[in-house]
Design a protein around this ligand. Structure first.
Ligand SMILES: Cc1ncc(COP(=O)(O)O)c(C=O)c1O
Length: 422
């Protein structure tokens, strides 16, 4: 996609707008399957939470992807996008037994991450096979918010609780058909990944009815030129060999599963926003855009880095800017960034805006969520309309203030009488 393609999209659909390049999603999908081509049964469960637009799900379906979901709503989106329930895995954390049962009824693969629910689910539904999420107690991930496999993490069943887990499985006669881990996002060091995988293999040996081993995700993608990323090809070579060896020892050809989100969609996404104001202060030059953390919260939420380009003036002289939003709290997208000279009205592009960007948007400050556009086969297609004022009002129910004011009047009278008599 060229800068002109992006500018045309901002011109046609307005700003701010999210744009996704289908070719990048396709090439990342093929890169990952290619890296694991030595494994006979590979299953990629795309993590819906990263970007849940139905058209993106459908695109991934055409590539052969399955889905990883964390809520019954994500499951339903997947089904609407055409995924058969058995091609969806559901990995919730801290949800009710009722929701898990509802998802199981749909025929979706359940993944359980705590002993309490495991015992209740197994007692009630011993014939429904479940996958178990293990916490291998490995510190992996780009920062503490996205590291989920360590000792203090709320995710997964501790490897130290395996004896208890096995007792539950034995007592309830439930069938465990999968074993799973997900240790965090932005894992750079493949040795850490392989170390955690060994713990998973060790655990897996203790379950006799396995069909798959799911290694979660967490592959790091580059955020700026020269940035290091997870070496998928090396990981593929090493983990495939180790997985095949494990299957031989286990005596059965199992499926190797992953659930990538960021790896598949992060780099495919661009967020485009218009500069409303260039404001010179005593200490910096602010470029204030027509957006804020209501549309892209990752920089403020967990310090994530999004490269910012001025696509209206890409050849302009570079200057230093702080790019900020229009929200009534500090919402800095990038501090002291070297960007081609910015003029009011220019369109800025925030790269790596495919994963955890639109899905984290809100209506804060009563702003509309932006439109989403898919660039596919050299053409732009609108895949979500920008919200309108009706969307802000849709679920609001007006209170009957007549009743309130009557109550208020009576209260006041009562208080006055009380005040008068004391
Ligand atoms: C259980 C689980 N699987 C997969 C993912 C996707 O991770 P990533 O986007 O790093 O690929 C996440 C992300 O939070 C997750 O919690």
């Amino acid at each position: 996609m060229t800068h002109n393609d992006l500018l045309n999209i901002a011109g046609e659909y307005g700003s701010p707008v999210y744009v996704y390049d289908a070719d990048k999603i396709i090439s990342q999908y093929n890169r990952l399957t290619g890296a694991f081509s030595n494994v006979s049964n590979l299953r990629l469960n795309y993590a819906v939470k990263a970007l849940s637009n139905i058209s993106i799900l459908k695109l991934l379906k055409t590539l052969g992807s399955c889905l990883d979901t964390v809520s019954i709503q994500e499951v339903k989106l997947g089904i609407i996008a055409g995924f058969e329930p058995h091609r969806i895995i559901y990995t919730p954390n801290g949800v009710s037994l009722e929701e898990i049962e509802e998802v199981a009824k749909l025929g979706v693969q359940i993944n359980i991450d705590n002993l309490s629910i495991l015992e209740q689910f197994g007692s009630k539904h011993p014939s429904i096979p479940v996958c178990i999420r293990i916490n291998p107690h490995v510190m992996a991930g780009g920062n503490s918010n996205i590291s989920v496999g360590h000792i203090d993490s709320k995710f997964g069943i501790s490897i130290h609780q395996i004896p208890h887990l096995l007792r539950i499985v034995d007592n309830t006669k439930m069938r465990v058909n999968g074993i799973h881990m997900h240790t965090g996002s932005d894992i750079l060091d493949i040795e850490v990944f392989l170390y955690a995988a060994e713990i998973l293999f060790d655990t897996a040996k203790q379950f006799k009815d396995l069909e798959f081993v799911d290694f979660g995700s967490g592959f790091k993608v580059p955020y700026k030129p020269g940035d290091i990323e997870t070496n998928i090809e090396e990981l593929g070579e090493k983990l495939s060999a180790r997985f095949n060896e494990f299957c031989t020892d286990y005596g059965k050809e199992l499926t190797l599963a992953f659930e990538p989100g960021k790896f598949l969609v992060s780099e495919a996404g661009s967020f485009l926003a218009k500069v409303n104001v260039v404001k010179q202060t005593t200490s910096t030059v602010f470029a204030g855009i027509d957006s804020g953390f209501n549309h892209l919260i990752r920089p403020m939420f967990y310090n994530s880095y999004h490269q910012i380009e001025n696509i209206s003036n890409p050849e302009g002289r570079e200057r230093f800017y702080s790019v900020v939003g229009y929200i009534c709290e500090t919402d800095t997208f990038g501090n002291n960034r070297r960007i081609a000279e910015i003029n009011e009205g220019d369109i800025l592009r925030f790269k790596n805006s495919g994963a955890y960007c639109f899905t984290m948007t809100s209506n804060y400050n009563s702003r509309y969520r932006p439109a989403e556009v898919l660039w596919y086969n050299g053409k732009a297609q609108l895949i979500r309309k920008r919200e309108t004022f009706d969307d802000l009002l849709r679920n609001q129910v007006e209170a009957d203030l007549e009743v309130f004011s009557e109550v208020a009047k009576t209260d006041k009278k009562k208080r006055n009488i009380e005040v008068a008599t004391t």
